[in-house]
Ligand binder design. Structure first.
Ligand code: FE2
Length: 260
């Protein structure tokens, strides 16, 4: 369903004169193995991601969450619409997913991740954040494929956090951050984000990428949590006025919005 881009009110973020270059992207250890396992369990069974029929098979659950006086709450919504201006491949139409069960926000490890994201970027109370937990399924048949279908890209947010929860029988899938869509200027060179570690970045100032993965045995999986702020525009399909990074274009016949 193609959407009509429109401007929405700019959400509050850290003023650009308070941002140093080193803050554009960084990594940190965040969860231990037990916490990462608990977070995965709290998601229940991950549902299908139909868009991944066109790249490496992926399952996914999503939740829109917000913090009120230190407590996290979930907003009922089972979809997001990423404007095609940020994602020429799988943007511009409504993508529906399984919602997180209530156990997700009951989990201390989930709250630890959300609080770290909120605290790092001074995300205000009452502001929705889109959280996704997804698992890529790598087999000898699909290894070497793109894990996202997008190449180097922005997600169209202001701020993002990616936490690796589990790497099982997998090699590669290195993450990187670039200053440009062509990947000529690396800000963070490709590296393996280890289990329990988080990468945080300014999604409206730098691009990110994940390299293909290889399965070590019959099937390998990589499970990650990714969260974005702001999130209201993913409900409406409108452009984020704080993010003008754009996207690489794909061939017309590859655009999923034209296949739906
Ligand atoms: Fe992304």
């Amino acid at each position: 369903m193609p959407c009509s881009p429109a401007l929405i009110t700019a959400p509050k973020t850290i003023p650009s004169n308070e941002i140093s270059k080193n803050d554009l992207a960084f990594t940190m250890p965040l969860l231990d193995k037990v916490e990462a396992h608990q977070l995965i369990s709290s998601c229940g069974e991950l549902g299908p991601d139909p868009s991944s029929d066109y790249f490496t098979t992926r399952t996914k659950n999503i939740a829109y969450v917000l913090c009120l006086n230190g407590e996290w709450f979930q907003i009922r919504a089972h979809f997001f619409i990423q404007p095609q201006q940020y994602n020429d491949f799988s943007g511009g139409y409504k993508r529906c997913y399984r919602e997180m069960p209530s156990e997700f926000l009951d989990c201390q490890a989930t709250k630890k991740v959300l609080n770290a994201f909120k605290r790092t970027y001074k995300i205000p109370d009452n502001e929705p954040i889109l959280v996704q937990v997804q698992q890529s399924h790598v087999t000898p048949d699909n290894e070497g494929q793109c894990l996202t279908g997008q190449g180097i890209h922005t997600d169209g947010a202001d701020r993002a956090i990616l936490v690796c929860l589990k790497r099982n029988n997998i090699e590669g899938a290195k993450n990187a951050i670039y200053a440009d869509l062509e990947g000529k200027q690396a800000i963070v060179n490709p590296f393996v984000l280890e289990e329990g570690h988080a990468m945080l970045w300014h999604d409206n100032q730098v691009f990110h990428h994940v390299q293909p993965a290889q399965s070590v045995e019959k099937e390998g999986t990589r499970t990650v949590l990714i969260a974005h702020y702001p999130a209201i525009h993913y409900l409406t399909g409108t452009i984020n006025p704080n993010n003008a990074l754009g996207t690489s274009t794909v061939d017309e016949h590859q655009r999923l919005r034209d296949k739906i």
